[in-house]
Ligand binder design. Structure first.
Ligand code: PAF
Length: 287
């Protein structure tokens, strides 16, 4: 197993693997791997003969004021962790390898699914994600690709893109991995000060409150507005928390809903800033 840096080397590796009778699982990441990424690699290993992991901090999904430059990076550690979890190769390209210098093409999913939630506060983000995932799919040509439910909106958008463009890749979405106290794992958790870290558990706590209220006998327990209020009140108890969004939307299309309907999934999603660190979390609500 080795680190592959160029598309030519990757092509050579794919050629040497006699792919005709083997399946390839692919885990695209921006590196600084944590247990959430490793759970994707392990799942990919369990479902495929070969596993490729990419580590690429994608500049096009960051706005100019965001943390592209300071995003945590440690390829030696990532390489070791990916190997231990079952990766056969780690693809670690330079920016020019992914975006050829003359490139002027982007892939964009339109509509509510990209405009709501993170799309409202990070307007160019998902266009960057869908473009890079397309490029990576074209280079790696996997049978299956693995994404985390923590980025629920991203997973829905990628599934839609794959359907809309007839991309021959099965998208597998794996459960959120959490710390013992409920905080969803994220590479950005390393930015949190101890005080922020102790308050950040309010994200998962607030979603639990919504779930509890939904299962209560209260008259308005299915009301999206009521559940959003419950989530907001819980988060606002934390002095360092600044809410970016709280919403409850249709779990497939991200269209607005007024009530949680029986047999239909709703997505409760939150984004909260602690100092400069923006954290997201979500929960599928259903009855
Ligand atoms: O989820 C991520 O880490 C990134 O958005 C992805 C899918 C690797 C694209 O850069």
């Amino acid at each position: 197993m080795s680190i592959i840096k160029t598309t030519a080397e990757l092509e050579a590796w794919l050629g040497s693997m006699n792919r005709r009778d083997k399946t390839l699982g692919f885990v695209p990441t921006m590196g600084y791997l944590h247990e959430g990424h490793l759970s994707l690699i392990r799942e990919a290993k369990a479902q495929n003969d070969l596993v490729a992991v990419s580590v690429f901090v994608n500049p096009t999904q960051f706005a100019p004021e965001e943390d592209y430059e300071s995003y945590p990076r440690d390829i030696d550690r990532d390489y070791k962790l990916a190997c231990e979890a079952g990766a056969d190769i780690v693809f670690y390209p330079e920016v020019d390898e992914i975006y050829i210098p003359s490139s002027s093409t982007a892939v964009e999913v339109t509509g509510d699914i990209t405009k709501k939630l993170c799309g409202a506060s990070r307007p160019a983000h998902f266009k960057g994600v869908t473009t890079v995932v397309n490029v990576l799919f074209n280079i790696v040509r996997p049978d299956r690709a693995y994404f985390g439910q923590k980025d629920a909106q991203q997973a829905l958008i990628i599934k839609k893109m794959v359907r809309d463009l007839h991309i021959p890749v099965e998208v597998v979405v794996c459960p959120i991995v959490r710390e013992a106290d409920g905080l969803a794992l994220s590479s950005r958790n390393v930015y949190l000060t101890p005080h922020e870290r102790s308050q950040a558990i309010c994200l998962s706590g607030s979603l639990q409150k919504a779930e509890d209220y939904l299962s209560s006998e209260a008259d308005d327990c299915r009301s999206a507005a009521r559940l959003i209020k419950i989530i907001g009140e819980h988060i606002q108890c934390q002095s360092l928390a600044s809410i970016d969004y709280i919403n409850i939307l249709d779990g497939e299309t991200l269209e607005d809903i007024e009530h949680i309907e029986s047999g239909r999934k709703a997505l409760a999603a939150v984004a909260v800033k602690f100092g400069k660190t923006r954290l997201i979390d979500n929960r599928i609500l259903s009855i």
